[in-house]
Design a protein. Structure first.
Length: 260
């Protein structure tokens, strides 16, 4: 049996097992053969590449250039970047879904901002009072003119509410990009910022490979398993081209979800 045949058979077997044995929170450990199979598929140059994966194996510089071009090609997203730059919050970054969702939309021929519920604007202000953040949020509500809401959050405050929301300790952050480093999914760990000369800063601590590979890879820095599954469940309903990498200890794909 060829490597490609084995990988395809293994992947189908894993999907069948997930349908038969798993609920919304799968329970069992994937064997090393499952992980090895995905690795071989990624590394096998003869494996057929679907059109939406045409940038998956490109070098880092090519992927960064493609990311900038895709963002620049979306007028609504560029408007948000220009307005965020004008708002000029300290250490600001637009992060996560609005960026990687637009990459997936572009590569699959979907409309701009399809599946984007909001645009996340992170900043870092040492005034960690609720009142200070609320003033910024109110300024943003009057400032932004975008088709989806802009959610503004001070990353210096995350440790003040994280434990109550998620039941885990969260060390104080020292800069905005620390928040990106703690995302539940490595694929989601992306931030961009528009400079005065219209160039972009890009922060991608795990690279852009997972985004362009349509692969949802967990980040096990903390127990974010439920978050990883919940986000994957929604995203795989919107972009069925996605591949889900289970949390360590799981074998299964999340069950299909609606688009809410």
């Amino acid at each position: 049996m060829s490597t490609r045949q084995h990988c395809r058979r293994s992947r189908h077997a894993c999907r069948r097992r997930s349908t038969a044995t798993c609920g919304s929170l799968p329970q069992t450990l994937p064997g090393p053969a499952w992980r090895d199979c995905l690795t071989r598929m990624d590394q096998d140059p003869s494996y057929a590449v679907a059109p939406h994966l045409r940038l998956a194996r490109k070098d880092a510089e090519t992927q960064r250039d493609a990311l900038v071009a895709i963002v620049q090609d979306c007028p609504d997203l560029m408007r948000c970047f220009h307005q965020a730059r004008a708002l000029d919050l300290p250490d600001w970054w637009i992060v996560s879904g609005a960026i990687y969702n637009q990459v997936w939309n572009h590569l699959t021929g979907k409309p701009d901002l399809y599946g984007v519920k909001d645009m996340d604007l992170f900043y870092f202000d040492t005034d960690v009072s609720y009142a200070a953040e609320d003033r910024i949020i109110q300024r943003g509500a009057m400032h932004f003119e975008t088709p989806v809401p802009v959610e503004i959050r001070n990353q210096a405050r995350v440790h003040l509410w994280y434990t109550d929301h998620f039941g885990q300790d969260y060390a104080p952050l020292t800069k905005t990009t620390d928040g990106i480093d703690n995302f539940a999914c490595k694929t989601h760990a992306i931030g961009m910022r528009l400079n005065k000369d219209d160039s972009f800063d890009i922060y991608a601590p795990f690279g852009l490979g997972d985004i362009f590979s349509f692969r949802l890879t967990p980040h096990i820095i903390r127990d974010n398993r439920a978050t990883h599954l919940a986000k994957a469940k929604r995203q795989m309903a919107l972009w069925p081209e996605l591949t889900f990498v289970p949390w360590p200890g799981d074998v299964c794909l999340p069950e299909a979800d609606d688009h809410s």
